[in-house]
Structure formats: structure tokens, C-alpha cells
Design a protein. Structure first.
Lengths: 215, 215
DNA sequence: GAAGCAAACTGAGACGAATTCAGTTTAGAT
DNA sequence: ATCTAAACTGAATTCGTCTCAGTTTGCTTC
């Protein structure tokens, strides 16, 4: 669940990269990316504005990095969660649950990811931004691919009664990530409750023969 | 389906507002809002850059207007589609179908809406922007409310076997609008195909006793 | 414990896109 | 022909991002 890792394979101990990313997640997530001034983040961290450029090529580069880390975590969570499951219905439930293992900051990070997906569509001018963008894209593809694989297994063994695995995977993803639009920590529903309800909804969506066990 | 109307209740015949909006939808939708230079739109329309400020207070004001128009159309489409239906299952199918009545430009407009929903979360500095933002928010609420009402009817008469009408409505909305993330005119699936598949998926999501008739 | 070195950092200013300002032009009504 | 409001313009301003040309810091090696 570590939100942070990156770049120089061995991070210098006095590096502020992790702090910057954490601060940026809070600000971007709370107030929005455009609305947040890059300088504010420098102030929060306690460094000069230009010091940020020691760690990131640009504000967008920082955003893309945050998105890439989230996507990468998402892939890992999915793998960890589904590898244990032995049938497609259980795997689906586990996959959905893995999407909602989130600290408050993780929730912000996922909201940021959702809100800026469109950035991944068009080419970036600078080297590192483009690099992160392409990484993000392939991670997105990997996620779609993994979910598609899960659905396909269910179709093959007759558990899921839908036709198109890829399309169903996209529907499931839309359903699952849509939550970050309205979820707020301390809101009406806890993540535990959301997990349960969403797992059931996901099962219905793929017309699963097996409905997940109530918590 | 008219994409355009607005402001001065009686639009002057030489006003270029409609052209500006149409151009902005194309550009914002195709290349992204941040990536599109305000000046480019002026060039496309064939006016000086500053003439844009005769129509919109800012670039964001234009974006918010585009979003508000789309939300407003969406409300109308929903009403028109569902008023004809006589049972909740049919209403759901009609509501889903109404979401995919879209010209290529409408598709772009809906993508823009999805990609910039986060703008609605935080206060805007200028008068007109804030006005449009609040309009957008209440339209979003209205849409959620309308879908919730539809689901509630289905729950009440036993057609839909889910508990929480609001939550289910949000799930349906996430499912339905998620399509604009990947849909492209001339892509693998036509809107007709999407409509059918989504209507079925929506029915499953609310555990509908009645499955929509195949086209 | 001084020299060397790379990472971390800084202030001053350049840059670019959005926006403001101070008007001018245009089309239609009187 | 005159008047008016909408439509428009070029020049100048603003503001946030980012570049540049260095300086400081802390660790390593001799």
C-alpha cells in the first residue's frame, strides 16, 4: 500500500519526493489540480518553488506520477486479491474488495486518477511527462486485461452469463471506480459497506450464478 | 437535441455564441480543455481573441456553459424518454437508451462533461462561472433524483430487487456514462449496439424481474 | 579534517497563455 | 443622416509555470 517509491532506484534519505507527492495528493485531491498552485505545494513542503523542479519536470509530471503510482498499486492489489480465490465468483468479489482497500489519502489519489484520465489520451510535450503517460496507458490496459481475464474465466466455466468479456470488464470498472466521485471519508457509507454492496452489484452485472456471501 | 441556446433570452442574429460553443466542444472534446488554447478557438471561429470575452467571461466559463447545456439536455432527454414508459422496467430501458441518443458532437460534449465533473466541486472566483457551476450542480442533483425516483418505483412494485434506490441510481449513472470514456464514433461498437447491451446490463444491475426485449 | 562530489536547493527573471483596457466598427432602428 | 447597442480589435497587463546560473548541504574518501 506504499503510496511512494520511484525514480532513482535507491532514494536518497534526504529526498523530499515522498513528502511532495503526499502533499500534492492532498491538495490536488481536495481542491483540484488546476486550482492548486504549484507554489502552494512548495510552501506546504517547506522548500522554495524552484526546488520542486529538482524532483519533477513540471506540475503535470507530478500529477502523472501520482496517477501512475495509483495505477500500479491497483494492479498489485488486484493480483494479490485474486490469486487467492479459487473460483471466478470469489475472484470477482475479491477484486472488487481490493478496489476499496484505501486510506483517506488513497481515496483522494483515486479521485485524482479518475478526474484526470483524459490526460492520458493526448501526447505530452516533454520527455518525462510522455514517459509517465505511456506507463499509465499500459497500466490501464493491464488492468482492463486482468479484469477481462477474470470475466472470461467466469464465462468459460458458466458462472458468468454474459457475452463480451472486455465490455463487461469495462462496465465493472466503471461501476467500481465511479464510487470515488461521491465517496468521502466519514460520509454516509463506510468503505466496508461500499465493498459489500459493490461486490453484490458486480456479481449481478455479470449475471453471476453465485452471489457473494453477506459479510 | 439543440446543443445551443443561452444567455440573452433573445439571441441577436449576428451573435457568434453558437459557433463558439460548437467549436469549443470540438476542440475541448478532441484535444482536451487544458491543451486547447483559447486563441485557437477564436481563430477557428474567425474572430479576434478578445472578441471571445464579449460572449464568455473566461475560458472556464465557456466550459461550464458547455457542461450545463449538456446536463440540461440530459434532463430533458430523460423526461421525454421515461414519460412514455408505463412500467419501471420499460422506463429503465428508455432512460438508458436516451443516454445514447447522440450525434458525434454530442458524444464529445458528454465526454467533456465527464472529464470535468471535478470542476463542480469547488467554488469559482468569478460571478458567471460560479453561477454556471451552481446550475450544473443542481442539474446533477436533478438527474440523480430522477434516476432515483425511477429505481424507487421499480423497488416499490417489486420489479427491481435492490435495497437502496439512490445508491443504485448512482451505480446506473456510473455504468451509463462510463461509456463516453471509450466510445468513439466509427469504433468497434455503434451506439445502437451499446444501447442494447447497456440496457440489459442496467436491468441486471437492479436485479430486474423483466429483462429488456432484444432489438 | 580537508577535498571532492552529487543531491538539494535558491532568487531573479523569462515565458506564454488568459485576461483587461480603451477604444473602434457594424447593423439595424428612428 | 443619426443614434445605439452589440460586436469586435490591438496593445498592454497579469499571473502562474518554468529556466537559468549559480550556492549550500551532507556524505565519502583520502
Amino acid at each position: 500500500m506504499s503510496t511512494v517509491d520511484n525514480a532513482p532506484r535507491t532514494e536518497s534519505p534526504r529526498s523530499k519526493r515522498a513528502v511532495i507527492i503526499a502533499t500534492a495528493i492532498d491538495r490536488f485531491g481536495e481542491e483540484g489540480f488546476e486550482h492548486t498552485k504549484w507554489a502552494t505545494i512548495a510552501d506546504d513542503v517547506g522548500i522554495g518553488q524552484t526546488a520542486l523542479y529538482h524532483y519533477f519536470e513540471s506540475k503535470v509530471h507530478c500529477l502523472l506520477t501520482i496517477m501512475r503510482l495509483e495505477l500500479s498499486n491497483s494492479v498489485e492489489r488486484f493480483k494479490a486479491a485474486t490469486s487467492a480465490a479459487d473460483d471466478p465468483a470469489a475472484a470477482l468479489t475479491a477484486a472488487v474488495a481490493s478496489a476499496y482497500e484505501a486510506s483517506p489519502r488513497d481515496a483522494l489519489q483515486r479521485r485524482i486518477l479518475q478526474n484526470h484520465m483524459d490526460l492520458l489520451a493526448t501526447k505530452r510535450p516533454s520527455k518525462k511527462e510522455e514517459e509517465e503517460r505511456l506507463l499509465c496507458r499500459s497500466l490501464v490496459q493491464e488492468i482492463e486485461h486482468n479484469w477481462t481475464g477474470l470475466v472470461q474465466k467466469g464465462i468459460d466455466d458458466g458462472t458468468f452469463r454474459v457475452d463480451d468479456a472486455l465490455l463487461s470488464a469495462r462496465m465493472l470498472l466503471a461501476l467500481v471506480v465511479g464510487v470515488w466521485r461521491w465517496y468521502r471519508p466519514g460520509g454516509e457509507m463506510t468503505l466496508e459497506q461500499i465493498t459489500e454492496v459493490m461486490a453484490e452489484a458486480a456479481a449481478r452485472l455479470v449475471d453471476s450464478a453465485e452471489v457473494p456471501a453477506r459479510a
